[in-house]
Ligand binder design. Structure first.
Ligand SMILES: NC(=O)c1ccc[n+]([C@@H]2O[C@H](COP(=O)([O-])OP(=O)(O)OC[C@H]3O[C@@H](n4cnc5c(N)ncnc54)[C@H](OP(=O)(O)O)[C@@H]3O)[C@@H](O)[C@H]2O)c1
Length: 256
């Protein structure tokens, strides 16, 4: 049984989806969770389901210096942080002919710049507590070329590279840095496409070895693994949690 009693965990994008599931998994293991996101009412809904006196911090990670400001705000609420789940992110579906510089800046500001600046702001408090665990939520978009999402794929490739680089920098401080690449997880991020593109669900499922979309808790359980001592000798790893999609038989299978 994973025991995170006494640990402080920060989860960005904790108002729904994978962030909500991660917050619940960490709270159930005993951690006190700091929920961050833009939508306070949604975070209140999540907090009401947590048992360890959660903290809510409203934060938009798009503007310049938002990551640093959030780190400072977190450290006004708690003395230090043991676990950081960098989950907040936006998809940016744009074919190359439609992608603008503004689109590029927006997706990189949230998915990359603020992720790193928040991490750099909280790292020293982790080191002061003897170490910690950082879990970056990347995507299988960094592992295989997704159609119509070149900028998004670029952000997740950057997350993977920063995961490995920071693991090297902070390993001696006993701070572990790992990344999870979710596959198709049924969250709000997919809602429009799931509802509006006929046959999408079946077509996508056909590419997954386990033949189903994932759910938030499929990722939350792996976040918990990386947050806990069960993964104590792992750092700098980028792990797909995708039911067998990025690396397993991407082509449609013949019907038996
Ligand atoms: N679902 C998938 O299939 C999938 C696959 C691969 C990777 N991922 C990655 O998993 C992570 C979570 O995705 P999800 O599917 O759970 O998406 P989601 O349901 O849309 O949740 C995204 C979260 O990010 C927060 N967020 C969005 N823009 C923000 C901003 N400007 N500032 C601060 N927070 C912001 C949202 O909160 P507010 O709106 O309240 O701010 C929300 O809590 C993302 O990094 C995504 O790239 C998802």
């Amino acid at each position: 049984m994973t025991d995170l009693n006494g640990k402080i965990a920060v989860v960005t994008g904790a108002s729904r989806g994978i962030g909500e599931s991660s917050a619940k998994a960490l709270d159930a293991a005993g951690a006190r969770v700091v929920l961050t996101g833009r939508t306070v009412s949604d975070m209140e809904r999540v907090a009401a389901q947590l048992g360890n006196d959660p903290i809510i911090i409203e934060s938009d990670l798009a503007p310049a210096r938002a990551g640093t400001a959030l780190a400072e705000e977190v450290l006004r609420h708690v003395e230090g942080v043991d676990i950081l789940v960098n989950n907040a992110g936006i998809p940016m579906r744009r074919t190359p002919d439609l992608l603008t510089e503004e689109d590029f800046d927006l997706v990189f500001s949230i998915n990359v710049r603020s992720l790193l600046m928040l991490t750099l702001g909280l790292g020293p408090s982790m080191a002061a507590r003897g170490g910690g665990s950082i879990v970056n939520i990347s995507s299988i978009a960094s592992l295989r070329g997704p159609l119509g999402r070149v900028a998004y794929a670029g952000t997740k490739g950057a997350v993977d590279a920063m995961t490995r680089a920071l693991a090297a920098d902070w390993g001696p401080k006993n701070i572990r840095v790992n990344a999870i690449c979710p596959g198709l997880i049924a969250t709000a991020i997919w809602e429009d496409n799931r509802n509006n593109i006929p046959g999408l669900i079946e077509q996508m499922e056909d590419q997954i070895a386990l033949k189903r979309w994932g759910f938030g808790d499929d990722i939350g359980d792996v976040v918990l693994f990386f947050a806990s001592d069960a993964s104590r000798y792992m750092t700098g790893e980028v792990v797909a949690v995708d039911g067998g999609m990025a690396r397993v038989g991407a082509a449609p299978r013949p019907k038996s």
